[in-house]
Design a protein around this ligand. Structure first.
Ligand SMILES: Cc1cc2nc3c(=O)[nH]c(=O)nc-3n(C[C@H](O)[C@H](O)[C@H](O)COP(=O)(O)OP(=O)(O)OC[C@H]3O[C@@H](n4cnc5c(N)ncnc54)[C@H](O)[C@@H]3O)c2cc1C
Ligand code: FES
Ligand code: FES
Length: 503
């Protein structure tokens, strides 16, 4: 490591867990929060899969709410190195009760039979508590005075602003908050009953009061350990110095790919560089002709801050993994892994996005369509990181994202197709189609784009383009889907787009 790289200080590190400071100064850079908590005696946090799929390990962390306060956010503790949580506040299911008095979420789970073997319960409780405290959760009574609108039985009588679908309770509880939690034995109805039975948060609730104060700051530090160091850099330039100084270093944002690599391949690095709290990677700004999204903003944060302004992104978010994963996952990590079946790349390709790559030498802007060079390979140099993603604005008005996967939520795509275009003077213009799952990299379906560009909006035009789309890429047969199925669904997405978008 270079001298200039050593700007973050070595100091005593603690994580505040259930209102007590736990010393993490001696952990290795790759020690997961799950392992640390269990080794500290907090065995309510369970290990199910250790790779983000089951939610048994979920805990609450204090994160900035974007308005100067704190939001209790549920995350998978199996995917986050505990060093990344130093200076932060964490609650496990053990810390939620107030003395002998169960937390309202625990009380409802117990009263409504939401727990049988109990293995999944602490994780459900954490996810449910995060939704309980979500500042935007508003009950039907809040919105229009009704006690029942939004309930699954009464949808047809519900005002549009509160009853979006059958997964939203009359108490404003969004069941998608639990989409990353699996239960093998209770069945989901009693769990849903518990969620929908939750009332308003009392004003004297200690965790509710905590929301009004700023989230903990994230001071830089450097942790040294024989099995792997960890650094939270002071700035982007500090991070780039560390990256240049250690060729084997691994960057960390949300950890949702990092944690899986650790669990499956036992990949550890001599140095882990945390990018998650770097201000320079956490901005969201609108310039004259593009929107710039910081590479380390979580998908949940982007979803919340954009409020549907980019419709294609608004379609992507609910289909991307689960709320637990989206609370950690970033676009920087999603693009950097270079997965051919990642969902971010097809959407960003259809939005004609570019990446801002930063190194000690400065910045360069690379169109995403020129970024991938082969299977998990890209033009990004070893000393570069993704600082931001730029999306040209205004975006084309007609856009859809189709994710074909075996399950509706929390599944990896077999094929993903994002389509964007506009119509001017009766002709189709600015067509961009991003596709995942049909080649070694995410690709643009340029032949299908050409089959649409400049043509009239008609079934014949789209049918011809669908025929071209059936030849897109070089799809493989694997356990997720056959090559023939991938080609057929890619083609079908063109026809589906026509059917859905035609007035
Ligand atoms: C249960 C589960 C479900 C998932 N479902 C989906 C899904 O539906 N769709 C999907 O696309 N993906 C999915 N993923 C994969 C993962 O969540 C995404 O790829 C996510 O966007 C990764 O972001 P991260 O911040 O967590 O990356 P991290 O794990 O922190 O990092 C991943 C890699 O990117 C590098 N990196 C991170 N940030 C940068 C940066 N700014 N510049 C350069 N390199 C960087 C890291 O070094 C690391 O190699 C899923 C993962 C899990 C565990
Ligand atoms: S242990 Fe299954 S998600 Fe963490
Ligand atoms: S209660 Fe047994 S797994 Fe959920």
């Amino acid at each position: 490591m270079t001298d200039t790289a050593a700007k973050a200080s070595t100091r005593k590190l603690t994580v505040r867990v259930n209102e007590q400071d736990l010393d993490v100064s001696g952990v290795a850079g790759h020690t997961t929060t799950l392992n640390f908590l269990r080794d500290s005696g907090l065995t309510g946090v369970k290990e199910g899969c250790a790779e983000g799929e089951c939610g048994a390990c979920a805990v609450l962390v204090s994160r900035p709410d974007g308005n100067g306060g704190t939001q209790w956010t549920s995350v998978n503790s199996c995917l986050i190195p505990v060093a990344a949580l130093s200076d932060q506040e964490v609650y496990t299911s053990e810390g939620l009760a107030d003395g002998d008095k169960l937390h309202p979420v625990q009380h409802e789970m117990a009263m409504r039979g939401g727990s049988q073997c109990g293995y999944c319960t602490p994780g459900f409780v954490a996810s449910m508590a995060a939704e309980y405290y979500r500042p935007q959760r508003r009950s039907c009574a809040d919105i229009c005075g009704s006690q029942s609108c939004g309930s699954p039985e009464n949808l047809e009588n519900s005002p549009a602003q509160c009853a979006t679908d059958h997964e939203l309770g009359a108490n404003g509880f969004d069941l998608h908050a639990l989409s990353g939690n699996l239960c093998r034995c209770t069945g989901y109805r009693p769990i849903r009953d518990a969620a929908y039975a939750l009332g308003e948060v009392p004003t004297d609730d200690r965790m509710a009061k905590r929301r009004g104060q700023p989230a903990p700051t994230a001071a830089p530090f450097q942790l040294q350990h024989a099995e792997g160091d960890f650094v939270r850099p002071a700035s982007l330039s500090d991070a780039l110095d560390h990256l240049a100084g250690e060729p084997e270093a691994v960057l960390l944002a949300g950890g949702t790919d990092w944690g899986v690599e650790l669990a499956i391949k036992h990949s550890t690095a001599p140095l882990t560089i945390a990018l998650d709290q770097l201000d320079e990677l956490r901005t969201l700004t609108q310039a004259d002709d593009y929107l710039e999204i910081g590479a380390s903003l979580t998908l949940s944060e982007i979803e919340h801050r954009l409020e549907g302004d980019i419709p294609l992104l608004a379609e992507l978010f609910p289909q991307f993994a689960s709320r637990l994963i989206r609370n950690g996952a970033t676009f920087g990590g999603n693009i950097a892994t270079g997965s051919p079946i990642g969902d971010g790349a097809p959407v960003l390709l259809a939005l004609d996005a570019s990446l801002v790559l930063a190194s000690q030498g400065g910045e360069r802007v690379v169109p995403l369509s020129e970024y991938f060079t082969g299977y998990r390979a890209s033009v990004r140099e070893a000393d570069e990181l993704i600082r931001a993603i730029r999306i040209p604005t205004p975006v084309a008005p007609h856009a859809r994202f189709y994710k074909i996967a075996k399950r509706r939520f929390d599944d990896i795509s077999s094929v993903a197709v994002a389509i964007s275009m506009q119509v001017s003077d009766g002709q189709i213009r600015d067509v961009r189609i991003g596709v995942g799952g049909v080649a070694a990299t995410p690709i643009r379906a340029t032949d299908a784009e050409s089959a649409l560009e400049g043509k009239e909006w008609s079934h014949e035009t789209f049918a011809a383009a669908a025929q071209v789309m059936s030849e897109v890429g070089t799809p493989l047969d694997d356990h997720r889907a056959s090559a023939a199925y991938r080609s057929a669904t890619a083609a079908q997405s063109i026809l589906r787009f026509f059917a859905e978008v035609t007035p």
